[in-house]
Design a protein around this ligand. Structure first.
Ligand code: ATP
Length: 433
């Protein structure tokens, strides 16, 4: 019997470290708060998340093209977008223990969560962008910022992309890349980081279709979560109240997940009106309007945005997939990751050392097809199964003595631990990796 346990954050952090999914960045120098490095398995899993997300954007309503924008952009971009003026979080310091907090996340009357005192500084606004200077000249023209969201790179490239890809409204521009926010209190591991990765899709459409598109995209995003195996009972949507909306937003629906630390945003789906393109038109002096052949008039398209953090989804998937059960009197940890997301798709295990050669050959044949598979010949077969369960490998393939005669291998299924004999020449088709 396997049963989902709600793992603590510490359990997930320890698993990530132990098995090489995620490490604290610059760990040998004491680390850097809110920044992480991804190991081999983490990198493979992130790649799978990116690929699956891109595929999930396909729809009959219009095409999706991609860009990879720069991480640095001049101050002018962030003035136009409103980030220089408005990308703040309120912060407050405890005068007694000097710890800093986000004021909107605290009940100040209850006292400091760290030392219990109730003696606070004034609440101050803290801009979360990382500011830097480009080149040797220290004038205002040399100020740049690391991007706090990927969206702006899409808006400022809108005309370039639309013209060169010969796209017609409606269409979408998707981008996967790093964003940087100097979060006051990075916490909960990959949930709130200072350097993180976003997958964003900006859908350009006419104003009159935007409310319907917001609904279409919300449904399409929920279908995505179902397709990657998330427990749908732990997913809900929440519409923003008017006073919660960001300065650019007309309407916004958050997709939330029930983390062990509460219901939290996983993805933001927003109708941003024509705010961003209009702002960049005004500030740059370049017309970002589109000519409508039907009305013979130019207009600024509306945008519906779907924005999700790769790392936050990564963490969600780990929480959601974590199970423990007892096999042969021993507790095993098993990550029931969807086959599309699992970092290693199959592991090849010779029953004993003597059978290494044919098992290796089989393993190589999968490797050559670009499938991420592992080979493991060390330890008892039970131990090897356990190692793969813990990293979410859906299939273990054992080559044994009989394989020499019947040209079959044993396929062991991660979730059920059931085993089946499958002909070697049918294996690829059977696993459908
Ligand atoms: P939150 O309310 O959690 O701070 P947000 O509303 O500021 O999030 P958005 O600006 O809408 O977030 O960013 C879109 C997505 O990017 C979020 O839904 C989340 O998945 C991800 N994200 C945002 N900030 C972070 C962060 N500091 N670390 C990891 N992922 C993040």
């Amino acid at each position: 019997m396997s049963f989902p346990v709600t793992p603590t954050l510490d359990t997930i952090v320890a698993l990530c470290k132990r098995r090489g999914f995620v490490f604290p960045a610059a760990e040998i120098y004491g680390g850097i708060n809110g920044v992480y490095d991804f190991g081999h398995l983490g990198t493979l899993m992130k790649n799978n998340i990116r690929t699956t997300w891109l595929k999930s954007l396909t729809n009959p309503r219009g095409e999706i093209v991609q860009i990879e924008g720069s991480l640095l952009a001049p101050e002018a971009v962030w003035k136009a977008s409103g980030h220089v003026e408005g990308f703040h979080d309120p912060m407050v310091d405890c005068k007694a223990c000097k710890k800093r907090f986000r004021a909107d996340e605290l009940d100040l009357n209850k006292g400091c969560p760290s030392c219990g005192n109730n003696d606070w500084t004034e609440i101050r606004q803290f801009n979360m962008m990382f500011k830097t200077q480009v080149g040797a000249n220290q004038d205002s023209g040399s100020i740049a910022y690391l991007r706090p969201e990927t969206a702006q790179a899409i808006y400022i490239n809108f005309k370039n992309v639309m013209t060169t890809s010969r796209s017609k409204i409606p269409f979408g521009i998707a981008q996967i890349g790093k964003s940087f926010r100097n979060e006051i209190t990075p916490k909960q591991f990959l949930f709130r980081m200072r350097e993180f990765e976003q997958m964003e899709m900006q859908w350009f459409c006419k104003a009159e279709t935007a409310p319907q598109e917001l609904q279409n995209w919300t449904a399409q995003r929920l279908a995505f979560y179902k397709s990657i195996g998330l427990t749908m009972d732990k997913i809900r949507t929440r519409d923003h109240a008017a006073d919660e909306l960001a300065h650019y937003s007309t309407n916004c629906t958050d997709v939330e997940y029930q983390f062990p630390f509460g219901w939290k945003e996983l993805e933001g789906i927003a109708h941003r009106g024509c705010y961003d393109l209009t702002q960049h038109s005004t500030h740059s002096g370049k017309d970002l309007g589109v000519f409508d052949e039907a009305t013979k008039e130019s207009y600024v398209p509306n945008v519906v945005e779907c924005s999700i953090g790769v790392d936050r989804l990564f963490l969600t998937l780990l929480f959601d997939a974590y199970y423990e059960d007892v096999v042969e009197g021993e507790t095993r940890v098993v990550l029931k990751l969807d086959k599309k997301i699992a970092p290693i798709k199959a592991a090849f295990l010779p029953l004993i050392k003597k059978l290494e050669e044919p098992a290796q050959k089989l393993y190589q044949s999968f490797l050559e097809r670009g499938i991420s598979v592992q080979y493991d010949a060390s330890g008892s077969i039970g131990k090897r199964y356990r190692r793969q369960d813990e990293i979410g490998t859906p299939f273990c393939i054992t080559y044994d003595f009989e394989s020499e005669q019947d040209h079959c291998v044993t396929v062991r299924h991660r979730d059920t631990t059931k085993q089946e004999r499958i002909a070697i020449d049918k294996l690829a088709e059977y696993l459908a990796l």
